[in-house]
Design a protein around this ligand. Structure first.
Ligand code: ADP
Ligand code: NI
Length: 219
């Protein structure tokens, strides 16, 4: 089977699993991550293209938010990949990427080091959380979970006193930018992604400045 044929099957599989998710994990997110991973990988000929794009297509398929039983879902993905002709070494590499690319694992230090292919997919996933798309996803996600858009009293955790931190009962969407989204630029693995992140960062900073100016009737 050619790479194109295999990727078409992987794409089909991913689409059938992702569907119209309501928390920002829909297949549209997957398509953007694949597109970005493809673009970034052009700067890294050493990266295995099929492995990179397959991991990009499947990276959210085993998410707890989407499936009831992650062990069953993992087994189904593994069998699907074997059926497509992936070797067990390739399957293990794809699972290593999927299991270790989350922001959460990076933060708490439990993530295993990612191979180049995984670094590219992780960067692509993070790029899709920032910039104009990132702004819209954060608002969509926050709305879905009933978060307030903005509360000037809610400050980033790093700027809070201990007492303020203990009283924190609600995250706001604007605060999510300070807590996470604005930090992603410096977490990019590849130079190609860092360059794309610079512009997206400025888009978010401009949005936040404008938002606060309008909030205060200053603009
Ligand atoms: P992924 O697994 O694709 O990295 P996440 O599950 O972390 O994505 O989040 C999906 C989207 O929702 C992202 O764009 C993220 O920034 C946004 N998001 C996550 N948590 C919050 C939150 N507390 N408030 C607003 N947006 C959020
Ligand atoms: Ni994702």
């Amino acid at each position: 089977m050619t790479e194109t044929t295999v990727l078409a099957a992987v794409r089909q599989f991913s689409q059938s699993k992702m569907g119209d998710d309501e928390t920002g994990h829909g297949f549209d997110h997957i398509q953007r991550v694949v597109g970005l991973a493809d673009r970034i990988s052009q700067s890294y000929p050493a990266a295995d293209h099929l492995e990179t794009l397959t991991a990009a297509y499947l990276h959210d398929v085993i998410d707890e938010k989407l499936v009831d039983n992650t062990a069953v879902a993992s087994e189904e993905v593994r069998q699907f990949l074997i059926d497509q002709g992936f070797t067990s070494v390739q399957v293990d590499a794809i699972f290593l990427i999927m299991d270790n690319m989350s922001y959460h694992k990076t933060l708490d230090g439990t993530a295993k080091p990612l191979p180049l292919e995984g670094q590219i997919v992780q960067d692509a996933d993070r790029l899709d959380a920032i910039g104009a798309i990132g702004i819209s996803r954060a608002i969509y996600f926050g709305g879905h979970f009933g978060e307030k858009i903005y509360d000037p009293a809610v400050k980033p955790r790093t700027e809070m006193t201990h007492a303020e931190y203990r009283n924190l009962d609600n995250e706001t969407i604007i605060n999510h930018f300070y807590e996470k989204l604005l930090t992603l630029k410096d977490l990019m693995n590849t130079t190609a992604a860092k360059q794309l992140a610079e512009h997206r960062q400025q888009v978010m900073l401009d949005f936040l400045a404008e938002y606060k100016a309008e909030w205060n009737a200053e603009a």
